[in-house]
Design a protein around this ligand. Structure first.
Ligand code: MG
Length: 265
């Protein structure tokens, strides 16, 4: 009985630990650069490699920023939209906004603003708390292309957050589209756009259309007649890691590390 039990445990151990029965570990042959170290922020504060676009004090990094009112650590949209002086490609963008606490207007006229990626692709900002409008124009919509998957809006006047992960489109030298843009949007911690394939620019009056442009473009915040507030705006450019393919005759320089990690997955 004791022998059988021991045998049983032994078989279970071998089955649940496949590295014991694998002859040799599979390796991709890709020798990756080491991922850079980044110190993460806390509760929405910027990580160490972020570019701060607005820290509550001034809008000097934005064209037109001199026309917005700055008070109590936030900026209030008025007179015109604002556009970053610097241009960005693939990126992670964090910003916080609040639509006016005092409700005025309805539908598209209530708390309207927007975040334009590369100056062309709008993630809508709107007061969509108990405020109906066309679904692909409500808060978090890729304007006129795709509604948010859910409505995660907070009440008017409350601070809300967007975390946007954007991959820009790619064009060939003749201006043909090679790859469309993609966007993921997290609104107040909730995924509302999941790697959505952007269909082109997001105008009110014409269908989406791609027009060739460079690998980088500005971030634009829309002024649509409503005093929407903004704070804590930062951006990180996203760069793919590089690697080289290991040569056939190349030794295993990572032997120690490999031995150390044997059997982990
Ligand atoms: Mg808008």
């Amino acid at each position: 009985m004791r022998v059988l039990l021991f045998l049983g445990l032994g078989v279970t151990f071998v089955i649940s630990t496949p590295w014991l029965v694998t002859a040799e570990e599979w390796v991709s042959g890709k020798i990756w650069e080491e991922p850079p170290l980044v110190t993460p922020g806390e509760c929405g504060s910027p990580p160490s490699d972020a570019i701060i676009l607005f820290d509550g004090k001034d809008l000097s990094q934005w064209e037109g920023g001199e026309n917005w009112k700055i008070e109590n650590g936030y900026a209030v949209a008025q007179k015109n939209g604002i556009t970053t002086k610097e241009q960005f490609g693939d990126c992670q963008l964090h910003l916080e906004f609040a639509t006016p606490e005092v409700i005025e207007g309805s539908g598209q006229g209530r708390g309207n603003s927007g975040v334009y990626l590369m100056g062309r692709y709008e993630v809508q900002i709107l007061d969509s708390y108990e405020n109906k409008t066309y679904f692909d124009g409500q808060c978090g919509a890729i304007y006129k292309q795709h509604p948010p998957l859910v409505n995660a809006s907070r009440k008017p006047g409350e601070w809300q957050s967007y975390d946007i992960i954007f991959t820009g489109p790619r064009f060939d030298e003749a201006g043909n589209l090679l790859k469309p843009a993609y966007v993921t949007v997290i609104h107040n911690g909730v995924v509302i756009q999941n790697h959505f394939e952007i269909e082109g620019s997001t105008a009110w009056h014409v269908p989406p259309k791609y027009e060739a442009h460079g690998d980088k473009g500005p971030i634009h915040l829309q002024f649509h007649g409503n005093p929407v507030k903004f704070r804590n705006i930062w951006i990180r450019e996203i760069r793919e890691l590089t690697y080289r393919q290991k040569a056939e005759n190349e030794g295993d320089k990572k032997g120690e590390e490999k031995a150390e990690n044997a059997g982990t997955h």
